[in-house]
Design a protein around this ligand. Structure first.
Ligand SMILES: Nc1ncnc2c1ncn2[C@@H]1O[C@H](COP(=O)(O)OP(=O)(O)OP(=O)(O)O)[C@@H](O)[C@H]1O
Ligand SMILES: [Mg+2]
Length: 228
């Protein structure tokens, strides 16, 4: 599903930083992959390249066989609709209810009210929040807010979810709840790529672990452990 072929990313500016240094890997459909490494190792850069937020300096990136390193501005939104994104900060709209936060992601893509009224509760059900449709973000916990962010990422039924440190702002119990939710979504058929520092989580998940160090892949183990 995803292939990075000799991908190099150099950030130019004041000083040149080699964020990714000729990395190659393949992720198959329906895998659950954790991406680990010290701060600055290149995890977020890798996710940004995949989301086409940044372009590789050299090398190629394929998504379902299509080279995405040079998408036109017109192609970009269609490509991105195939990827759900989850971040450390939940980025919910504070003046909208949970229903409206999820519906908003659908409204911008031309769904009828009828479709929205059917779909949004279904998606909130998947993340376990169907009973809090009318609550506002400030009225729910951080873990619940992250669940709403995940619901929002799911609205287009993307084949891939990328999550950059999604548990960074959560306590251990809520964090594990979020990971269990990602595992459940993975079981339902969605590929998951999770960048995290959280050792306990990575070791409990017992799935593939790719370890980055200074822009290079230094380890890639199925049923891996967090070992750096
Ligand atoms: N926009 C940018 N401009 C210049 N340098 C950047 C930029 N973004 C990241 N870098 C540099 O690229 C390298 C990789 O950064 P990246 O954010 O990918 O690391 P990371 O593994 O996600 O780290 P963290 O665990 O702290 O989130 C770092 O040296 C960082 O300083
Ligand atoms: Mg990062």
């Amino acid at each position: 599903m995803i292939e990075f072929r000799n991908v190099k990313k150099i950030y130019t500016g004041g000083i040149n930083t080699i964020a990714l240094d000729e990395i190659s890997f393949v992720i198959e459909k329906e895998e659950f992959v954790s991406l680990v490494g010290h701060s600055g190792a290149g995890k977020s850069t890798l996710l940004k390249l995949l989301y086409a937020e940044e372009k590789p300096t050299s090398g190629e990136i394929f998504f379902n066989g299509e080279d995405i390193s040079n998408l036109t501005p017109k192609q970009l939104p269609f490509y991105r609709r195939r990827i759900g994104t989850v971040f450390q900060d939940f980025k919910l709209l504070p003046r909208k209810t949970l229903f409206e936060n999820v519906a908003f992601a659908l409204e911008v893509s031309d769904h009828s009210d009828k479709e929205i009224n059917e779909l949004v509760p279904q998606i909130l059900e998947i993340v376990g929040l169907a009973h809090k449709l009318d609550s506002y973000p400030r009225e729910i916990s951080g873990g619940e807010q992250q669940r709403v962010a995940i619901a929002r990422a799911l609205v287009h039924r993307p084949p891939l979810i990328i999550a950059d440190e999604p548990t960074g702002n959560l306590d251990p119990i809520s964090s594990w709840g979020i990971i269990q939710l990602l595992l459940k979504i993975n079981k339902l058929g969605t590929t998951i790529l999770l960048a995290t520092h959280n050792k306990d989580i990575v070791n409990r998940v017992k799935k593939r672990v790719i370890t980055l160090d200074q822009g290079k892949i230094i380890r890639d183990h199925s049923k891996g452990r967090y070992a750096i």
